[in-house]
Design a protein around this ligand. Structure first.
Ligand code: NAP
Length: 482
């Protein structure tokens, strides 16, 4: 059985970053297991028309691997995917990745992790890092009659590129960030687009400049200017970000006002406008940015359907008001089951306790990076580390802290490390206190919370606070064993 010092699950942004950190610390041998056949995680999977990032690219990238030639302020998905492949290549990580292999079972036994893959192979590792992310298990609602539908039907993260939308009637179910980007592109080609909206989404204006050649040249020639570009963006996003999620602040009210002005500019019909206005605070759930979404509904070939889906037939959707809508293709823009890691991997820690057990009734962690009673097991971009800013900022901080901790265990001749239960409790109380001051999770539902409304996904503060929390190792927070 192959033994590794560290095994990383997943080769998305988090897995790539964790691998780079382990290499930098000389911690090995390590192996990254990736279920798909390429790196890139979310940017490999999400290739729907119109996919791009809502965080500016000069911030949505590694701080240690700045890219001077981003083509737009908010790059498209393909460009980000290309960047991630380039970074993997540059840091020599491809040789450390086993593709097409998912670890399905992991058990901590006799001071090490025993792992079983989807192919039945067994491995062992001293340390296990989950870089699985939290938005990749598609949420496909069990709509009545869905299995009877005759036409193509797929989730946005499993786009069927062989399907042509030209001249077709397309239903798109859901109005989250994905739908906001994808629906206008479908409306460009399809005969008819029916957008099934359960809850209206906030859509702020988005200016996505193409970056001029001279600017790219300047950023390429001047590393200080490139670093300053990132710093300015971070500074702007961080300062604003926290105020945005605080009810009643000028930033919060201004953002809502700008979104409503954008809606008014794009949609003159008051009845249609009314249907598109959310009844909850703009930062209760993840808002979106687009200059095309609202105006799309004024096109002749686009309809907004606000009655729920009652039944799906072989060639139609019957809405809850009994109206029948003939359709050829159904696109599920219905989001993801966040943190469904317990469905993907049967993970057993101390005394055989499962991750599912220790996360009942709620997901709790030590500072987002360790679960209770799971020795030598870590998360990069774990629960409560979804940021108000670029995910890269959070990923870098967690992954460098984890490699420091692994090195500490090594240097002291320990065999295992577990986060102390009281430190997990302290952290839980701290973040719940911070959440109580924000707009998040008040008056709406979304993947930011579990089904009981517990905020398991986001970090409630700035990434500056996150990075300072994970800046210095605190050995007293852990139990070590030889
Ligand atoms: P999402 O934000 O979770 O939206 C899912 C949509 O599907 C919601 O409108 C939801 O309605 C609807 N829905 C779910 N189940 C339904 C059902 N049974 N019947 C009818 N409607 C249903 O998912 P997403 O748009 O894929 O975005 C997920 C996250 O990915 C985003 O929040 C963002 O963090 C990330 N993302 C980022 C970008 C970007 O950077 N530009 C782009 C895409 C995605 P309700 O609101 O009523 O639940």
């Amino acid at each position: 059985m192959e033994h590794y010092k560290v095994v990383i699950l997943g080769a998305g942004i988090s897995g790539i970053c964790a691998g780079i950190n382990l290499k930098a610390q000389g911690l090995g041998p390590f192996r990254i297991f990736e279920k798909a056949d390429e790196v890139g995680g979310t940017w490999r999977d999400n290739r729907y028309p119109g996919v791009e990032c809502d965080v500016p690219s000069h911030l949505y990238s590694f701080s240690f691997e700045l890219k001077p030639d981003w083509s737009r302020d908010y790059a498209g998905g393909a460009e980000i995917f290309g960047y991630l492949k380039d970074v993997t290549q540059k840091y020599g990580l491809y040789d450390d990745i086993t593709f097409g292999t998912a670890i399905e079972y992991a058990e901590f036994k006799d001071g090490r992790w025993l792992l079983r893959s989807n192919k039945g192979e067994m491995f062992s590792a001293d340390m296990l890092i989950s870089a699985l992310g939290f938005l990749h298990v598609p949420n496909i609602p069990a709509l009545p009659g869905l299995e009877d539908f005759n036409g193509p039907c797929f989730h946005t993260s499993q786009w069927d590129h062989s399907v042509s939308f030209e001249g077709k009637r397309v239903a798109i179910i859901g109005t989250g960030a994905t739908s906001v980007q994808c629906a206008p592109r479908l409306a460009d080609v399809a005969e008819r687009v029916l957008v099934f909206q359960r809850t209206p989404v906030w859509v702020g204006p988005k200016v996505n400049r193409a970056i001029a050649d001279e600017e790219i040249e300047e950023l390429s020639q001047n590393p200080a200017a490139l670093r300053k570009r990132r710093w300015d963006l971070w500074n702007g996003w961080e300062t604003n970000g926290l105020a945005l999620v605080t009810e009643g602040t000028l930033a919060n009210r201004t953002a809502e006002r700008k979104a409503l002005e954008s809606l008014r500019r794009q949609v003159s019909d008051p009845l249609l406008r009314e249907k598109l206005i959310p009844s909850y605070n703009m930062f209760c759930k993840r808002p979106t940015l687009s200059n095309e979404y609202y105006s799309m509904f004024t096109r002749d070939n686009v309809d907004l359907i606000t009655s729920g889906v009652s039944q799906i037939g072989p060639d139609r959707i019957i809405a809850s008001d009994d109206e029948e809508h003939p359709v050829d293709i159904i696109v599920m823009a219905t989001g993801f089951k966040s943190f469904d890691i317990v469905q993907e991997i049967d993970l057993r820690g101390e005394d055989g306790v499962t991750l599912k057990d220790v996360w009942s009734p709620h997901i709790t962690t030590y500072k987002t990076i360790m679960a209770p009673r799971m020795p030598n097991f870590f998360f990069v971009l774990g629960p409560n580390s979804g940021g108000l800013t670029s995910a890269f900022q959070m990923i870098e901080a967690a992954s460098s802290y984890i490699s420091l901790l692994i090195k500490y265990v090594d240097d002291h001749g320990y065999k295992s490390v577990t986060a102390k239960a009281e430190k997990i409790q302290e952290f839980k109380e701290e973040i719940l206190e911070s959440f109580s001051k924000t707009t998040q999770n008040k008056g709406c539902t979304s993947w930011w919370t579990d089904e009981t409304g517990y905020p398991h996904a986001n970090w409630p503060d700035s990434s500056v606070r996150y990075r300072s929390m994970l800046h210095t190792l605190v050995p007293e927070d852990f139990q070590f064993a030889r």
